[in-house]
Write a protein that binds this ligand. Structure first.
Ligand SMILES: CC(C)(COP(=O)(O)OP(=O)(O)OC[C@H]1O[C@@H](n2cnc3c(N)ncnc32)[C@H](O)[C@@H]1OP(=O)(O)O)[C@@H](O)C(=O)NCCC(=O)NCCS
Length: 371
């Protein structure tokens, strides 16, 4: 037995949710470019769960369900108030999602109907808990969700307490569409491994959030913004990046395990970053990002991934950087739950083997005789 480090190139599941073929990303066979330009996030969530785009009445039904489920139990919000000041926002999200299971009487009901209902509920509730966490952390009172508006709209409203501008809603909605699913990425795989033991959907999503938190996965968008803040100005880009490249340090937001010729989602976020810069009358973050891309792609051949331009977009939307990865989760929970439902449909325990490289033929030595 020989191990494949990082399971690179290993095909570990059959799935009909999203595909990456020859560098083209599709959700249920529809090119992400078309969805980014034309679909709303609610349509995409429906598409991932049902394998088809919704009719108007199906879409209205889903939006109504989101509205019905979006409020979270008061005790869950009370729990958020107990988290220590300065808690990591993804650790907080991981904890609160796990706690949601304790307040859901059907958390362990494994019927298909109940699991679908919980998928919709998790999608409806994640924006509420992220916004509530952010407000409590800032010493403000959480704001109850609205009914009848989309997820992007509701999230921005609950975060700021103000009616978001149409342009902000559209930008957030497009970001959610672009992050919704991505084949067997690390967090989705973690979710599938967890539920393949026939554990519940909350456990699957909690595992996924833990995996998304890492800087090699979802945590990269926040790390990009830390870097942009550290660079601080257009003039500093070149010495900063050159120094990183000379020292063989990773530049966050570049490279990808699957895409070697560029991440198809990045161009949409790059355009959005430019548009938001023009709208705000400040192109600094966009121009810094373009310069970083020129240097990293020029010297290393590495292209930006989905996280690189997300960072400047979210910042220009006025979102604090520690919420970037939780926003990724608000979107990706649609994909995680679609994969969890798919896993339940045709389940087999996921249990690979290890290439053992430790000592052999050892014997137990009584403690008194150990040197
Ligand atoms: C995404 C990522 C984890 C993919 O990793 P991977 O397929 O395991 O690739 P590796 O980390 O083994 O990288 C392969 C080579 O490219 C280099 N490389 C990869 N990403 C790099 C980056 N962002 N900056 C500089 N060099 C990078 C590695 O140093 C390595 O070089 P070497 O062969 O000389 O050692 C990796 O590209 C990365 O860490 N990127 C930064 C984090 C990030 O943006 N993550 C979000 C992904 S959507």
């Amino acid at each position: 037995m020989t191990a494949t480090k990082g399971l690179e190139g290993i095909v570990a599941a059959k799935s009909s949710i999203s595909s990456i073929i020859d560098g083209v990303l599709t959700y249920q066979g529809i090119n992400i470019d078309e969805l980014a330009e034309q679909a709303t996030f609610e349509e995409v969530a429906y598409l991932l769960w049902h394998g088809k785009l919704p009719t108007q009445s199906e879409l209205d039904g889903l939006i109504a369900q989101f509205g019905e489920y979006a409020a979270v139990p008061a005790d869950v919000i009370a729990g958020l108030r107990l988290y220590p000041k300065g808690s990591n926002s993804m650790a907080a999200l991981r904890t609160v999602v796990s706690s949601l299971a304790l307040f859901d009487g059907e958390a362990n009901d494994m019927s298909g109907e109940s699991n679908y209902r919980k998928a919709v509920k998790l999608q409806a509730q994640l924006p509420t808990v992220v916004a509530a966490y952010a407000r409590i952390r800032d010493g403000k009172e959480p704001i109850a969700p609205k009914k009848g508006v989309g997820i992007a709209h509701n999230f921005l409203y609950m975060l700021t307490g103000e009616e978001p501008a149409q342009v902000a809603i559209e930008a957030m909605d497009k970001a959610l569409v672009l992050h919704a699913d991505h084949e067997l990425n690390a967090s989705t795989f973690a979710a599938r491994v967890t539920v393949a033991t026939l554990s519940d959907i909350y456990s699957g999503v909690t595992s996924a959030i833990g995996a998304l938190k890492g800087p090699l996965h979802g945590g990269a968008n926040e790390a990009v913004m830390v870097m942009l803040d550290e660079i601080g100005s257009l003039e500093n880009v070149e010495p900063f990046i050159q120094n990183k490249l000379n020292n063989k340090e990773k530049v966050m937001g570049f490279g990808h395990r699957v895409y070697k010729n560029g991440d198809p989602r990045a161009k949409h976020l790059m355009q959005m970053s430019r548009q938001l810069g023009e709208l705000n009358g400040d192109m600094t973050l966009y121009e810094m990002s373009i310069k970083i891309e020129d240097l990293v792609t020029g010297q290393k051949g590495l292209k930006p991934n989905v996280d690189f331009y997300s960072a400047s977009c979210y910042t220009m939307l006025g979102i604090p950087r520690d919420l970037f990865t939780p926003i990724f989760a608000i979107s990706r929970v649609s994909g995680w739950t679609a994969h969890i439902l798919e896993q339940y449909q045709d389940n087999r325990l996921i249990r690979p083997r290890a290439d053992y490289v430790g000592p052999v033929d050892q014997h137990y030595v009584p403690i008194a005789k150990r040197g």
